[in-house]
Design a protein around this ligand. Sequence first.
Ligand code: ADP
Ligand code: GLC
Length: 484
Amino acid sequence: MKIGFVSSEVYPFTKTGGLADVSGALGKYLGENGFDIRIITPLYAQSIVRTKDFHPVDFLQGLSMTFNHRTLYYSVYTSTLPGSSTFVYFIDCPELYHRESIYTNHQDEYIRFGLLNRAAIEIFQYMNWSPHIIHCNDWQSALIPLYLKTLYKWDKLFKNTRTLLTLHNVGYHGNFPLQVVHELGFTDFMPLLDDYDTRQGRFNFLKTGVIYADMLSTVSKTYAREIQTAEYGHGLEAMLSYRNQRLVGIVNGVDYSEWNPETDREICKNYGPDTLHLKAENKACLLNELKMPYHFHQPVVGMVGRLVEQKGIDLVMEVMEKVLEENTFQLIVLGSGEEHYERYMYGLQARNPEKVFFYSGYNNSLAHKIEAGSDIFLMPSRYEPCGLNQIYSLKYGTIPVVRRTGGLADTVKAYDWQTQQGTGFVFEHYDGAGLKWALEHALSTYNHQEAWRNIQKQAISEDFSWEKQVREYIGLYKKIVQMG
Ligand code: ADP
Ligand code: GLC
């Protein structure tokens, strides 16, 4: 089966979050399962393409594309995904992709990703390659379904091509003033655009994808249900419920060749289910690296992630000072994001220098060290389509404290004192009291060594491998093709 896979970030070349991990891993595992999968992604100034086989594709050089009056030139480079035979095609258009960050607030953001959508289709045309499915991801590639029904409808190459749009995060829409539709090439197709948005003078990439993709998926079963409600739908709930027969939830896998304490090369001391006591060495190592005092009996709580509202940072702000005051533990936070959250983290660190460490920025190696060196992993998200860090944490025996939402609800089993079953600590309502209760419950359970080991053993034996999860995508692809 031929799958065109379009994504704005692909690990290990470009990454701001979980979308990159999923794109890279799914590409690799589908390739291993005999799929002809071709990944299309932009070549940003920030992309790291140090693979040996990175090279220009000779018949895809000096191509052009016109958006109304603006003509853009681009060329295509290729490389395989490391350790895999899956090809990635990079769209090199410096005018659009050499900016100070991967995503911007620039006025032409819609062209930056408009090009990704159209170039993906045109690259397949140049290759004379007829994909069974084009798998789109998030708003940045959500226009492909509509393009195939309009501008590229004439091309028989796509006669049997179906589209799948995976919603990794319904909170980001790609919402622009209506005028952009002329540049994007939809002037003759206005009646096909969402009527409500058109009347509001807006054009929404993600909503357009939700309307026109043949199939929709999201990254956990709970999130698939949640996004059909006003609380989580970010205004798309009506359209998503209308299309719910075409919406499925598939929890993300984890690439255990990257995230496994038994083989992880970033951490001080490898360990596994039978050598959990070696975690302490990783804790000592982590604290030493951060120039923090190390206390054998004190738990370390880790947090890694984008510092945005989605991740529940407001709840941390509400209660952390008090939790630190009333309990004995250290907190290590790695993340970057909104300025007021970063300011808060710096302040918390300044007031509690022995107890709190904040690293602002992106640091993959430190992310691994925090997973290995922490005892507890905190993820109190307001919403979480899937979440990867809590799944990594399970494998590292780093017990997650999470809110029961989206993928967190589907991957962490609440610990029950009576039955002694569970893999983490879970709170229900999005409020500070809930977070405080769950974190303190985890901190007090940590003192019961035997109970803690038992939770760690259950956590570490959970299996969210892509070998397993990829089968769900294969099943979905087959279903889409059979739908005709
Ligand atoms: P999201 O995609 O919403 O950001 P996920 O939990 O799905 O959340 O994935 C986040 C991914 O990005 C994980 O692989 C995590 O380790 C990584 N990550 C997030 N922030 C940082 C950071 N500051 N430094 C290093 N890695 C990070
Ligand atoms: C998004 C979500 C996250 C998910 C990731 C990969 O960025 O916020 O929950 O794990 O995409 O699907």
